[in-house]
Design a protein around this ligand. Structure first.
Ligand code: PLP
Length: 285
């Protein structure tokens, strides 16, 4: 069965899904998106994804394509129509199509709304077991990493270059401090048992998985500190890990070729992955 895509008001086979060449998502990356994990055919952390979408729209003065109930209904329908059990729903909203101009078009320009699904083979891929090895790259992205825009070229370039050098992913750094991964938030476990992750601000994305994992860690009595950490701190940490709607919680076992502790996935990272997934499955809608 060909995958069905939602495109501006209709569910169509993917080869039939078309957006104008004048779409501002295409010409200016003038668009925001969300990726929601689907487990057992249900949406994970959906309310939080919608809240972040609303924030991204507001920050860029983008018109909303639909209300929350409609967006939930569309997510459920696309999962159902594609018989998606495990994977995710990608949703993108652009400022719509208008003659090319740096100035935003009139606010009544209809936004473009696209949703599609992607499947994943397993909840427990190899990296969850082995951990990943990250390269380092300077964080050369624009200064509003807190808005989830489709302007992902630098992250894509940095990850591709890291892959070509034999790494699994990349951690980006600014002024000696780790900001985040190519498409995930970054964490270390210090030797005193504290989880440290960069505090929210303009330089990182407020990850939905981050929010859930920090809540779960606090509930489990684990100390959490939100502050910038250096590359040297990370390389000398007891554990390191990443979070995202795709990776959930995945251990990092080496940073720029330097093993983290004994170079094997840490116990706490594995435990947090289990806690996160249990809660994600329990609360999915
Ligand atoms: N940071 C960046 C730059 C991302 O692109 C993503 C997800 O795509 C994340 C962090 C993790 O966010 P979430 O947990 O909402 O998937």
């Amino acid at each position: 069965m060909a995958r069905l895509v939602y495109c501006n008001g209709a569910f169509v086979e993917e080869a039939e899904a078309k957006v104008s060449v004048f779409d501002r998502g295409f010409l200016f990356a003038d668009a925001v998106y969300e990726v929601t994990a689907v487990i057992g055919g249900k949406l994970v952390d959906f309310a939080a994804h919608l809240a972040r979408l609303r924030r991204s729209l507001t920050e860029l003065d983008l018109a909303s394509p639909a209300d929350d109930d409609r967006l939930l209904a569309l997510h459920r329908e696309i999962v159902h129509r594609n018989a998606l059990d495990l994977g995710h729903v990608y949703m993108q909203v652009t400022r719509g199509a208008a003659d090319r101009d740096f100035v935003w078009p009139a606010r009544d320009t209809p936004p473009t709304l696209v949703l599609f699904t992607q499947t994943r083979a397993t909840l427990e891929p190899r990296e969850a077991e082995t951990g990943i090895r990250v390269a380092l790259a300077p964080d050369l992205r624009w200064g509003r990493g807190d808005i989830k825009t489709v302007q992902l070229l630098y992250a894509s370039m940095a990850k591709s270059q890291a892959k070509a050098r034999g790494f699994d992913d990349v951690w980006m750094e600014r002024d000696g401090f780790v900001t985040e991964g190519s498409s995930n938030n970054s964490y270390i476990l210090s030797n005193d048992g504290t989880i440290t992750t960069p505090s929210l601000g303009r330089s990182i994305l407020p990850g939905i998985t981050r929010q859930a994992v920090l809540r779960a860690a606090s509930e489990a009595g684990i100390a959490v500190e939100e502050r910038a950490f250096t590359v040297a701190e990370a390389q000398g940490a007891r554990e390191a890990f990443i979070t995202s709607a795709g990776a959930f919680v995945t251990p990092v076992v080496a940073i720029d070729g330097v093993p983290v502790a004994d170079g094997r996935p840490g116990e706490l990272s594995r435990r947090l992955r289990r806690i996160y997934l249990d809660e994600a499955i329990r609360s999915a809608i």
